[in-house]
Every structure is written in C-alpha cells, then in structure tokens.
Design a protein around this ligand. Structure first.
Ligand code: COA
Length: 334
C-alpha cells in the first residue's frame, strides 16, 4: 500500500499583534508572569470584520496548495479541525470549501472536534484515505479564533493570556517514494477529564442554550484546570511519542525535528528533556503566537519548513495534547 505524504504547507496569522503588556492593561497580569509560566511574548488576534475562520483557513490553504504544485480544483476532500467554528453549524469545512470556490465540485468536507490534537487526528484520517486510494489530494486545515471567546478580566486571566488566533494548512498526497511519507499515527483520548478543559455553554443540554446567567457566571468562557492539564500533558506527550518510535523501530535520537503542539513552552521543554533531545531538535513558536490549538502544529510545521529546518529524508515527529483529553503523534519521513 502506498504511503501518504505532506506535499505542501501554508499558514496565516492575523495582522493584529497583542503583547503581554497589552493584556496587562485589561487584567491583573504581567509580561514577566506570562513569559515565565508559558514562554509567550505576544499572540495574534483577528481584525473584526476582516478575518474569519474560513478566510484565514483559505489563505493558509492557497499557500499550501500552490506549494504542493496543484490547483484548488485538484483538491478532492477537505478535513478541518477547529474548536471555534465560525457558526454553531454547519462546520467551517464547508465554508472553506465555498471560500476556495470548490462548492460547484461538491467535494466532501469533514469537520473534526479534537481541539489541540485536531491536526494530528486529521492527518491520521487523511493518511487512511490516501493509502486506500479513496482520495488523491486532501486539504487538511487547523484554524482557530480564540480572541472572541476569552474573558479579558482577572477571573479569566490564567486562560486568556495563553490563547491566540491563526490557521495552518497541509496538502496530503500519495508519496512517490515508498520509504518516505507518514510512517505512523497514534490517536488517544480520555473522556473522563472532559470538564477539566472545556467551554460548558452554550451547550445543548441546557434549555435555553444561552442565558444571561451563563455570561455572568463565566461558563461561556473556557474553563481550565491548568495544573491538571500540565500534569497530564508532560506524561502523555512522551508516552505517545514513544509509541510512535516503538511502532516504527526508531529511537528518540533518530528524530531530526520534534514539533509539539504549542501548549506551553515549559511543557515542551519538559518533553524535549525527557527524550534527551538537544534544543535544536525541537521547534517552538509559542513565543509569537501563543497557543492556537488546532492551528498550532501546522503553523509551527510550516514555519520550520520555511526556515529550512526540515530537510529531505529528515525524521519529523508531530505530537499534541489537549482538551478531551486527547493526545496524538505522527512520525513522518520527509
Ligand atoms: N497573571 C498573573 N497571575 C496569574 C495569572 C496571570 N495571567 N493567572 C493566574 N495567576 C496567579 C494565580 O491566581 C495564582 O495566584 P495565587 O498564588 O495568589 O493564588 C498564581 O498565579 C499561581 O496560579 P497557578 O494556576 O497555580 O499557576 P501555575 O503555575 O499552575 O500556572 C498555568 C498556570 C495556566 C500557566 C499552568 O498551569 C499551565 O501552563 N498549565 C497548562 C496549560 C496548558 O498548557 N493549556 C493548554 C493545553 S492544550
């Protein structure tokens, strides 16, 4: 069976830069606290009336499609990961399809809800479709708009300082070289921890789904048990990377570049040290974009590729952990 590969990458982040000092004007926080606990210096927020999830996804996609050496018309399936769809339903995947002018072709568009692990989950889905021959050029996108759903006050400060907006895209195609491409994907979840990192409302279990009390009690904003998330993340990242290495017969030192979901610099550093990888073998850009959940892995992957940090034949490891809890890894021979 043929392997699937990433044939083209692209990303888009909004032009509006929000620094830690900007946030310190809205809540009791400081540049020092944010950098020390998370590594974040600044993040991007959408420009209202200009950026939408669908058009950010389309901007990232057009770059990825061009770099894959194909035209939008060649795309035969769309997979889109987001926890912040432009509207409650339908998903942003169909809006991206329309934005790219592909609606007349009627190609399928699948939205997935796996938060920070969304891109790696999507890569695994695309991998199966490509290897079975069902599709030839799958557009896989992670896109997120957090800035419109955060609480900019002291109650929300431990969450609001972390997240940012953006989009990353990849075109998944058949690999001509059977030794190259996606070597493995591993997907996991633990639903018993669902409420530890979630946005409860507006939820369909409530009638009405949205009420003024929900705004007042803050349940329309994300809730995060930061310490528990941290504890799980530093355990699950190395575990799922180890699973990928065991399944493919590689050792940590064989990894040329690790691209972890940009959750928190301290988490990533912990993972890097636990694998005994030197600094130059892990790519971080959380300093500039914050945590963009589903968009974080494809934005980081694209940037690393653009900087020439991924070379032909390199062994690249993607890994993610987030709300659900969900976690996942992918090993790619470039
Ligand atoms: N600015 C200043 N102080 C803040 C703050 C902010 N933005 N947010 C919280 N604090 C305060 C707390 O109120 C607390 O004060 P207290 O000691 O007076 O009660 C103190 O800082 C420590 O809070 P705590 O929540 O224990 O901090 P922490 O060391 O656990 O760091 C996180 C908080 C969120 C940075 C950390 O838990 C974390 O990174 N968790 C993982 C989060 C993550 O990666 N999420 C994404 C997963 S995909």
């Amino acid at each position: 069976m043929k392997r699937a590969k990433i044939g083209g990458l692209g990303y888009y982040v909004p032009s509006r830069i929000v620094t830690n000092d900007d946030l310190a004007k809205l809540m009791n926080t400081s540049d020092e606290w944010i950098q020390e606990r998370t590594g974040i210096k600044e993040r991007r927020y959408i420009v209202p009336g200009e950026d939408t999830g669908a058009n950010m996804a389309a901007k990232a996609s057009r770059i990825a499609i061009e770099r894959a050496g194909i035209s939008p018309d060649d795309i035969d399936f769309i997979i889109l990961g987001t926890l912040s769809p432009d509207m409650d339903f339908p998903g942003t995947g169909v809006l991206l399809q329309r934005e790219l002018g592909l609606h007349n072709k009627g190609i399928g568009a699948l939205d997935i809800r796996n938060q920070c692990s969304g891109f790696v989950y999507g890569l695994s889905i695309a991998d199966q479709f490509i290897r079975t021959g069902m599709y030839k050029n799958i557009l896989l996108v992670g896109v997120e708009i957090h800035s419109t759903g955060l609480e900019f006050n002291d109650r929300g400060r431990h969450i609001s300082v972390i997240f940012g907006d953006g989009a990353g895209a990849a075109v998944i195609q058949v690999s001509d070289d059977e030794d190259k491409g996606i070597l493995s994907t591993h997907l996991h979840a633990d639903g018993s921890q669902a409420e530890e990192l979630c946005t409860l409302n507006p939820g369909s279990v409530n009638s009405p789904r949205l009420a003024p009390e929900m705004i007042e009690d803050g349940s329309i904003f994300p809730h995060m048990n930061g310490r528990l998330v941290f504890k799980y993340a530093v355990q699950k990242f190395p575990e799922v990377i180890g699973e990928a290495l065991t399944a493919t017969g590689y050792k940590p030192e064989d990894i040329d570049l690790l691209i972890p979901h940009q959750a928190n610099l301290r988490i990533s550093e912990f993972v890097r040290r636990s694998l005994n990888l030197p600094e130059e073998k892990m790519y971080n850009n959380i300093q500039w974009y914050g945590n963009t959940t589903a968009a974080s892995v494809p934005i980081a992957l694209t940037e690393a590729w653009e900087k020439g940090l991924i070379k032909d034949n390199d062994l690249v490891c993607l890994a993610a952990f987030g709300s659900g809890f969900t976690w996942a890894s992918a090993l790619i021979r470039w």
